[in-house]
Design a protein around this ligand. Sequence first.
Ligand SMILES: Nc1ncnc2c1ncn2[C@@H]1O[C@H](COP(=O)(O)OP(=O)(O)OP(=O)(O)O)[C@@H](O)[C@H]1O
Ligand SMILES: [Mg+2]
Length: 233
Amino acid sequence: MARPVKPKTPRGAVASGWHRAVYKHGQSLVKKPFDYYTARFLAMNIRLPMSIRALKRYGVKDMNLAEWNHYQRYFKHLPANMRPYFARLTRLAYTTRGKKKRSWLYVEPVLNANGELSQTMADHVKQHGRIHDPAFWDRFSSMVKWMLQQKIPFFDFNAHNIVVQRHIPRKWVPVMVDYKSASLRPYWVHVWLRNPKIRAQRMIRLANRTIRVMGGAHYCLKLSKNAENERPR
Ligand SMILES: Nc1ncnc2c1ncn2[C@@H]1O[C@H](COP(=O)(O)OP(=O)(O)OP(=O)(O)O)[C@@H](O)[C@H]1O
Ligand SMILES: [Mg+2]
């Protein structure tokens, strides 16, 4: 099986994931997709244009466009109690260098009280240890419950897509920063996920896994099987 290779964070970028690097641009952050996606297969590195991967997974050649579309559809008009939990996307722009057209996705940076960029949950836990603050997991659970209520197809609760915003004193807030997978498209083979009940169960399972790994077993199952009918606080 081909295994994806994690790209290094390019020089000048403040953060990066498997598909995009994030740069500071004035007061904003800008997400720029890498040109290539690399997978390792039979001891060889195979490079595919990122547009092919985006087309396969998100149905458009551009991941930034996919994320922008999902944001407009589900996250643009948030109720006031959910606003702190979702980073705001502000603009999708295109630049051309040579013949290539590139997209830049502008996003509001999530900042701690001291003005530093918030760390991902994974980095936070690596540096400070597991998060044992029940209030943090209550906030996380209410964010997931709202997504369940809205029937947003989202399974990517991994600890690199959620940052921990540190307010003073010791108030930590989970903030979602990656919406590109808010779609059933990457899971088109999993036809059973078209059933909302099965989809909700999977979302709950994945969210609980994040709670268990990043918090500890005793915070697990804050989300009940009926979470989609519960009102988020
Ligand atoms: N609004 C934001 N505020 C602070 N940091 C951010 C923000 N948006 C993104 N980041 C940082 O940039 C990193 C990469 O962003 P993102 O998850 O969108 O990239 P990606 O390559 O599409 O991710 P993936 O690896 O999940 O495919 C995040 O893990 C996070 O550290
Ligand atoms: Mg991500």
